[in-house]
Design a protein. Structure first.
Lengths: 384, 187
């Protein structure tokens, strides 16, 4: 089934979660498995309304473990797949997120963050899963995570997430938050031909020569679709290029560093940041998601006082733009890092600055966004 | 025009969130301005105080919340008690006069009142009281053009109720025009 309901080209006034669902549909996602959880539920709700009219499959699963597993299976079945969650659901998805990394399975996981730990603040905002996004599953791995600051970006970045996941064969995380998910703003959905989609990297050679985990030059192996005549084996165990389990230090050394390096060595191509007025800045605010918007208000106030403040907004949080942070570190009196947690990305900024300058956290325990005055105060203090 | 903060308040079930949504849509999709709408989001049930917050600006909107509304619209006593202290000094208060009794005022403020629910009942459908209020609000504040508001109403209400809702919008506008006319005569 294909019709003009697939991409709702035009100008809309919609909340971020609905925009995320539309972004997924525009990206060609046709399989969604999830377990509703506040404040992400509108994504599942919208998809469940929209998929029947465009021929997608929506399944409400028994829990988040199964949801994550189902989208991995669907991806190997040849369809773009997604799930969304929040808070405790994100914790439950970690194990199978790691399975997705190990099996190099393209898929998208959206986390509309709320305050934690545990059930925490179901209806209120947090940005406390940023390190969990990086390190939440066991073992060594690299992942890609994007941080939208508006409903428009929830639309755009969901498409971007699908493209990156196909390009690098890795689950991609969209790390939204309750405020961005629930706020309504103008969302422009472009015509179909203006939406750039990256197709799956497919292997087309003879089946007898196919090695499902033999990488191309950029360290990413091409894929096949289950049921099309290629006999393949996929597993969470350490495996050889055939995909067969091989429990040895040699196999581990061949596989896991490649999984890490396919992201690390392509980091310059993956990373996106947005800079404003960093050229002559005395202080640079490094922020992401909804906190980046609060920061922009604080920066306006600081400029009124004559302080030269720049902004570096993380669009890609993982992999982290450490090279750029290091370049800027020697030019400024300090970085100011507002985030709705008690310190996560600030440590990454500190690490990347390598002692060239200091990074000051503007913490918020969650439940609301920062008062711009608190960020302004940190900017002022940096220059003292 | 610079940043304008508007808060619609009332009780769950009155369509308070919907009018915030319609205003935001009118401003940003049909009115050539920018707008952000956030709603109070919690375990509130039907009947308790709720609000929707709309920021309208010609430039970028960074901070999305309304802290001190320039315009506070209130359609229930509980919401009035809860949200009135937030009204900006010199701001505009708009009430449904049958549902809200003023207990306190601010030194510098302008107040407009309309029996929005009663007018909706006269139209035969109490449920459109929120849209009557929106028409009243639109005419008084000129925050967005009335044409933009009409388009936003027509594309936001359930199919089949467009005519009724547009009639309600005009009802509220007419009531505002009458007040403004009467005000001019007084001067």
């Amino acid at each position: 089934m294909s019709n003009d309901r697939e991409i709702l080209t035009g100008e809309h006034f919609m909340n971020g979660n609905v925009a995320c669902a539309e972004g997924a549909i525009a990206a060609g996602c046709r399989f969604f498995a999830g377990y509703p959880i506040t404040p992400s539920s509108e994504i599942a709700e919208r998809i469940s309304e929209r998929f029947p009219e465009i021929g997608g499959i929506f399944i409400q699963m028994e829990d988040e473990l199964a949801s994550m597993c189902a989208i991995l299976g669907a991806s190997w079945g040849g369809v773009k797949s997604m799930t969304c969650t929040s808070g405790p659901g994100f914790s439950l998805m970690q194990e199978n997120l790691g399975l997705g990394v190990m099996m190099e399975t393209p898929c998208v996981l959206v986390n509309i963050q709320r305050g934690g730990p545990s059930t925490g603040l179901p209806t209120l905002v947090g940005q406390q899963d940023m390190m969990q996004a990086r390190w939440g599953s066991h073992g060594d791995y690299e992942i890609i995570a994007l941080c939208p600051s508006s409903p428009q970006e929830l639309f755009d970045f969901t498409i971007k997430a699908f493209n990156l996941s196909e390009m690098y064969r890795v689950p991609v995380l969209v790390m939204g938050d309750e405020v961005v998910g629930h706020m309504s703003e103008r969302v422009v959905i472009p015509p179909k031909e203006k939406i750039k989609l990256l197709p799956r990297r497919m292997y087309t050679g003879p089946p007898e020569e196919y090695l499902p985990f033999k990488p191309d030059k950029d360290l990413v192996p091409p894929m096949v679709i289950a049921g099309e005549g290629y006999h393949i084996h996929i597993t969470g165990l350490t495996h050889d290029e055939k995909g067969y389990p091989e429990i040895s230090a040699e196999a581990q050394k061949k596989l896991v560093p490649r999984l890490v390096n396919k992201i690390k060595k392509n980091a310059d191509k993956i990373i996106e940041i947005e800079e404003s007025n960093t050229g002559d800045a005395e202080v640079i605010v490094v922020s992401y998601g909804i906190s980046a918007r609060t920061s922009l208000r604080a920066i306006e106030l600081a400029r009124e006082e004559g302080i030269k403040v720049g902004m570096l907004r993380l669009i890609t949080v993982w992999p982290f733009p450490e090279k750029r942070i290091y370049q800027l570190a020697s030019k400024v009196a300090g970085f100011v890092v507002p985030e709705i947690n008690l310190g996560q990305i600030v440590y990454e900024v500190e690490r990347a600055a390598k002692g060239k300058t200091r990074a000051t956290l503007v913490p918020h325990a969650g439940g609301h966004i920062h008062d711009p005055k608190d960020i302004l105060q940190a900017i002022r203090s940096t220059l003292k | 025009m610079s940043r304008q903060e508007i808060k619609f308040t009332g009780f769950g079930g009155q369509g308070i969130i919907l009018v915030g949504y319609i205003l935001g849509k009118a401003a940003s999709v049909y009115g050539g301005r920018n707008s952000t709408m956030v709603q109070s989001y919690g375990p509130e049930a039907r009947g308790s105080a709720c609000s929707s917050q709309v920021v309208i600006a010609d430039g970028g909107i960074f901070y999305p919340y309304v802290t001190n509304p320039d315009i506070l619209v209130t359609m229930s006593q509980e919401a009035y008690s809860k949200f009135f202290p937030e009204l900006k000094e010199g701001g505009i208060l708009i009430i449904d006069e049958d549902l809200v009794t003023l207990k306190k005022t601010k030194k510098k403020m302008t107040m407009f009142s309309i029996p929005a629910t009663r007018l909706a009942e006269k139209m035969g459908r109490k449920i459109v009281a929120n849209i009557v209020m929106l028409g009243f609000f639109a005419e008084l504040t000129q925050a967005v053009s009335f044409e933009a508001m009409e388009q936003a109403v027509a594309t936001s209400v359930p199919k089949g109720t467009e005519e009724l809702n547009l009639k309600a919008l005009h009802e509220g506008r007419q009531y505002a025009q009458n007040i403004l006319q009467a005000g001019k005569k007084d001067n």
